[in-house]
Design a protein around this ligand. Structure first.
Ligand code: UDP
Length: 350
């Protein structure tokens, strides 16, 4: 069996790596990895793949720095060429990027089966490009691997139980990754206090809306009077903060490699983030999380009080930091037992 996997960003490579390591156990499966280049990342050198124990891509399409339409269009054209050459049985796509949609669309037009991993997630915010990509990718896939019960519920409420599309609740590949990388984590060489908050801000809804960014920064500055806040700063956020002369009184560091990031999460007291992945990693490493967004795809974390939505309100962020009653029973199984990748490979082999 031949699988072509389409990836476009560093987090996608990390997640897909868990499945690739599982695939490698089967001689009868060949995986060809295509990097669309959507997120150009200087940190994705050979060392990254070696350290992370992730197979390197076979194709680099080098498509980046374009608007949504041009980017998705060029990917569609180039992925189609790869698929015509490789003739896979399956195309595997992850998550909700333009690469995800382009991969699924190119495959479905060639009548190649599509497996969508991290399917069924919804923010119900159609202004997010990710939401559009998720909805369209789910609809043209052959099999949908859902990380959570709420993802399955979303699909059922959209009528997917009446469609000829398989739905499998397999758990979250990021949970598999957390287990794999837990012991590979490396210590950071920045000066850390005993207690610190780890924060990231990178979503367009926060960085491109200056009012929201000012409110978040102002809340962080207030909280940082009490406790160290470590902020690995995304280049986009950095540029906007500099352009607007916004001062951040946190421990600002450059973005860190994933193994250092896991080290930082493991020793943090609390996470404050607008990242989807980090909300779950907080849970995997048993840390409470304040989410700097108005909604989240990971509602089970909010329903069970492991995570709380603060939006971008200065007062709300500070108030939740001081008073929110987080759940500390992290033993709840919300994302599977670390067998998400195994289930995917077994299903594809059926
Ligand atoms: N991450 C990292 N280094 C950093 C910031 C984030 O390794 O400096 C990791 C983080 O732990 C998570 C992933 O990158 O696994 C999340 O990426 P991002 O926040 O860009 O995207 P999202 O999860 O919102 O799609």
């Amino acid at each position: 069996m031949k699988i072509v996997t389409i990836l476009g960003a560093r987090p996608q490579f990390i997640k897909a790596g868990t499945v690739s390591r599982e695939i490698e156990k089967y001689n009868e499966i060949e995986e060809i990895i295509v990097h669309t280049g959507q997120h150009y990342d200087a940190n994705m050198s050979d060392i990254f793949f070696d350290e992370m124990k992730i197979p390197k891509p076979h194709y680099n399409l080098d498509i980046n720095g374009l608007g949504h339409g041009a980017m998705t269009g060029q990917m569609l054209e180039k992925i189609e060429e790869v698929l015509e050459k490789e003739k896979p049985d399956w195309v595997m796509v992850y998550g909700d990027t333009n690469s995800t949609l382009a991969g699924a669309l190119a495959a479905s037009k060639l009548h190649i089966k599509v497996a969508h991993i991290e399917a069924g997630l919804r923010s119900f915010n159609m202004k997010m490009p990710e939401e559009i990509n998720r909805i369209l990718t789910d609809r043209i896939s052959t099999i949908l691997f859902c990380p959570t019960q709420s993802a399955v519920d979303n699909l059922n409420s959209e009528g997917y139980n009446n469609l000829d599309i398989s739905i499998v609740q397999n758990g979250d590949v990021m949970q598999d990754g957390a287990i794999f990388y837990k012991d590979l984590a490396v210590a950071s060489n920045i000066e850390l206090n005993n207690k610190y908050i780890l924060s990231t801000i990178h979503r367009a809804e926060n960085t491109d809306d200056i009012e929201r960014l000012i409110a978040i920064v102002s809340a962080l500055n207030e909280i940082a009077k009490e406790i160290q806040i470590v902020l690995p700063l995304h280049p986009r956020t950095k540029a906007i903060l500099e352009k607007n002369d916004l001062e951040v009184n946190c421990t600002i560091i450059d973005p860190v490699g994933y193994l250092e990031m896991v080290g930082l999460i493991k020793n943090a007291k609390l996470i404050m983030t607008d990242s989807g992945g980090l909300q779950k990693e907080a849970f995997f490493f048993e840390k409470p999380c304040i989410t700097l967004r108005d909604e989240t795809e990971w509602i089970e974390l909010v329903e069970n009080r492991f995570n709380v939505l603060a939006g971008a309100s200065r007062e709300k962020i500070i108030d939740l930091y001081k008073h929110f009653d987080f759940n500390d029973e992290f033993s709840m199984n919300l994302y599977g037992a670390g067998t998400a990748s195994k289930i995917i490979v077994k299903e594809l082999l059926k």
